[in-house]
Design a protein around this ligand. Structure first.
Ligand code: PLP
Length: 419
């Protein structure tokens, strides 16, 4: 890097113009990763506290996954979703054994899992509630980008850009128990929300809201759906986030961390919520032998290594370290659950911190950061979100704090008043 703000990531060319412009991406190409580190095509290494938005539960390319994928690639890649596969059944067994649910549907992404849950709710309403179809959603929600999941998501611009969206989705203020009371009734097929809202900037549901949603669903015979695509698979402590809240939903969606980097998601249901008949739902790639082998390896590793017992501990350590840093630079609150954390910022400087993180070197006295950077995530400009690999250790947390501190030091020197 020559001067502040100008990054020497080498010649990047314009091949990025071949991609539809649907996301902002920094000008480097990631080529390999190991644990908390990922490297670009110029040999610059980045300490990764995003991990693909919490996808890589065990970090980049962990041995367990490399071995299991190599083995499975030599056995069977795709048999077809019209056949049984041993891995699929083994994975279903592990998920059922470690949850309050009875049946599973596998899909390929979080969005697809949500879409499946929405269809289940609609069918439930038709069959069991006199054709009730309304799905109660909450402000700040993120559930995906297909038509059904967009309808449940609180993004006003999508609702106008892609109109008309399917109707039958009402919205209440997140964590507002009275508003929830007023919105659930005869017409309600389901309530859906995240236990910790991710895209909204890491905002946990209150225990009262979660409990009240359960009560209302019981009173009105509606389905309670937790979208745990982000909070599931240990992210906030237990294997499933609902365990932490002590409230069992009828349906849960999981994804992200489940495949440890491979595209697999699932919908888990209690028996009474399993209302699909043959032909109602499906997908060519769903529950294939390769992705289910990966998810099985991830889950078995998490359970065998006792990772779940360490998540709150490492999360607290990260949280305390971030809080110290935040106090030092006059930033905002540090909050969140388990290893899904938020650091508030005093203004819309998240993108700037992310940008400067890509080359920490120039700001540090020590030689450590030469040729190294940080990958950070800012879901909203006024906060950072941390979703490290579940097996991240304390010295890796210390490294992060060291790098972030250097980035903050230079930004605070640049814009003194205020930021
Ligand atoms: C990421 C996310 C989704 C969408 O998952 P994809 O795999 O990106 O389709 C849905 N719900 C929640 C809560 C998420 O965090």
């Amino acid at each position: 890097m020559n001067s502040l703000g100008q990054f020497a990531h080498g010649s990047f060319g314009n091949r990025h113009e071949l991609l539809m412009k649907t996301a902002e991406r920094p000008p480097f190409e990631l080529v390999r990763g190991r644990g908390v580190w990922v490297e670009d095509s110029n040999g610059i290494e980045y300490l990764d506290f995003i991990q693909g938005r919490g996808i890589n539960s065990l970090g980049h390319s962990p041995d367990v996954l490399r071995l299991c994928l190599t083995r499975q690639a030599g056995l069977l890649l795709h048999g077809g979703s019209q056949f049984h596969h041993r891995n699929t059944l083994d994975l279903a067994q592990v998920l059922i054994d470690h949850s309050c649910f009875d049946e599973v549907f596998f899909a390929g992404s979080g969005t697809e899992a949500v879409e499946c849950a929405i269809k289940l709710a609609r069918k439930w309403g038709k069959l069991k509630k006199d054709r009730a179809f309304d799905i109660v959603t909450v402000t700040g929600a993120y559930h995906g980008r297909t038509f059904g999941s967009m309808s449940a998501t609180d993004k006003t611009d999508w609702h106008s850009t892609f109109a008309p969206l399917p109707h039958g989705f009402s919205k209440v203020a997140f964590n507002d128990v009275d508003a929830l009371d007023r919105s659930v009734g005869r017409h309600t097929a389901a309530i859906i929300f995240e236990l910790v809202q991710g895209e909204a900037g890491v905002i946990p549901a209150t225990p009262e809201f979660v409990r009240r949603a359960r009560q209302l669903c019981d009173m009105h015979d509606a389905m309670l759906i937790f979208d745990e695509v982000q909070t599931g698979i240990g992210r906030i402590g237990p294997l499933f986030g609902y365990e932490r809240f002590g409230v069992e939903p009828d349906v849960v969606t999981i994804g992200k961390g489940l495949g440890g980097g491979l595209p697999i998601s699932a919908v888990l249901v209690k028996k009474h919520a399993s209302v699909f008949s043959i032909g109602d739902h499906g997908g060519t790639y769903n529950g294939g032998p390769l992705v289910t082998a990966a998810a099985l390896a991830v889950l078995q590793h998490i359970l065998a290594e006792g990772l779940l017992q360490r998540i709150n501990e490492t999360g607290s350590y990260l949280s305390a370290s971030l809080a110290q840093l935040s106090a030092c630079y006059g930033l905002g609150d540090v909050s969140g659950l388990g290893m899904l954390l938020r650091m508030g910022l005093p203004g819309p400087i998240g993108p700037k911190i992310v940008h400067y993180g890509h080359a920490v070197l120039p700001y540090t006295a020590s030689g450590y950061w030469a040729g190294r950077g940080l990958l950070l995530n800012s879901p909203r400009p006024d906060c950072l979100r941390f979703m490290p690999a579940l097996n991240t250790n304390r010295s890796e947390v210390d490294r992060l704090v060291d790098g972030l501190s250097s980035v903050l030091a230079v930004i605070s020197r640049q814009d003194l008043d205020p930021w």
